[in-house]
Design a protein around this ligand. Sequence first.
Ligand code: TYC
Length: 101
Amino acid sequence: MSDTTTKPRVKARSKVERPRLHKVILLNDNFTPREFVVKVLKVEFHLSEDQAYRVMITAHRRGACVVAVFPKDVAETKATRATDAGKAQGYPLRFETEPEE
Ligand code: TYC
């Protein structure tokens, strides 16, 4: 007979924290043409025409609008690319990022 004892194993639940997502926020300005904002939203964020128009018009009316949420590095890369697309045409279009609550 074996003299090994069997201990009850309580599996420790490791609390794996998921990395917080970051919002990409579109900011309004008085110069960038509406159609250009819609185009950037479609190309950089893969929004449909309808989604892009709604985001653009919300930013236009309220000053800012959340475009989407992503892991931090993706949010920052997309915000930079979209801001640079405006800059390349001489527009002051801005996208910022901030952590989700
Ligand atoms: N306000 C701009 C205009 O009237 C259009 C615009 C909308 C610009 C949203 C930026 O995030 C923006 N031409």
